[in-house]
Design a protein around this ligand. Structure first.
Ligand SMILES: Cc1cc2nc3c(=O)[nH]c(=O)nc-3n(C[C@H](O)[C@H](O)[C@H](O)COP(=O)(O)O)c2cc1C
Length: 170
């Protein structure tokens, strides 16, 4: 079974309800999910996951420093090649989810669109969008797993080593 972790920082619960709805979307597509506050995140769980969703609300035009440190520490979990989702509630500027997506990409993760930002408390309609994102992530996890099973692009057509580029200069 595919695995995902949904990790969040939320001071008054707005980003947490987004996290729960993303997890619900993933679970509805048979992905096993652990949802946790970033303080509770364990490196083993992150290493074992096919995908990581990270959310934070915005404070003073950025994410809070402990969340920033946490994401940077993911380098130790070797997250290169894993799928990622960035999300968060905000009030007026909403930089945190964008910064999360940037940091995930720097770590070599493939971040799927959209970077989901919801103003203040999510409405029912907003939560449907969160669930949709969870379902889209689940589909992407399955597609990626199938590509790996087939042996990736090399499995079909000409092996890459046999393609000679520009021999003879023409
Ligand atoms: C002290 C303080 C600073 C904030 N700074 C920003 C900010 O710079 N930009 C922004 O978009 N929202 C800002 N907000 C709004 C929060 O991001 C917003 O209330 C969000 O819904 C909180 O979500 P949470 O419950 O998941 O923490 C700030 C809120 C507080 C209390």
């Amino acid at each position: 079974m595919s695995k995902a972790v949904v990790i969040y920082l939320s001071t008054s619960g707005n980003t947490k309800v987004m996290a729960d709805a993303i997890a619900e979307g993933l679970m509805s597509r048979n992905v096993s999910v652990t949802t946790m506050n970033f303080h509770e995140a364990r490196i083993e769980e992150i290493k074992a996951a096919d995908a990581i969703a990270i959310g934070s609300s915005t404070f003073h035009y950025k994410m809070l420093p402990p969340m920033e440190k946490f994401i940077e520490s993911l380098e130790r979990a070797n997250v290169t090649g894993k799928l990622g989702v960035a999300f968060g509630s905000y009030g007026w500027s909403g930089e945190a989810p964008i910064n999360i997506a940037e940091k995930m990409r720097k770590l070599g993760m493939e971040v799927i669109d959209p970077v989901l930002r919801i103003q203040y408390q999510p409405t029912e309609k907003d939560l449907e969008e969160c669930k949709r994102l969870g379902k889209d992530l689940a589909s992407k996890i399955k597609k990626t797993a199938e590509t790996h099973k087939e042996g990736g692009p090399k499995a079909k057509g000409t092996p890459l080593e046999d393609v000679k580029m520009g021999e003879g200069g023409h």
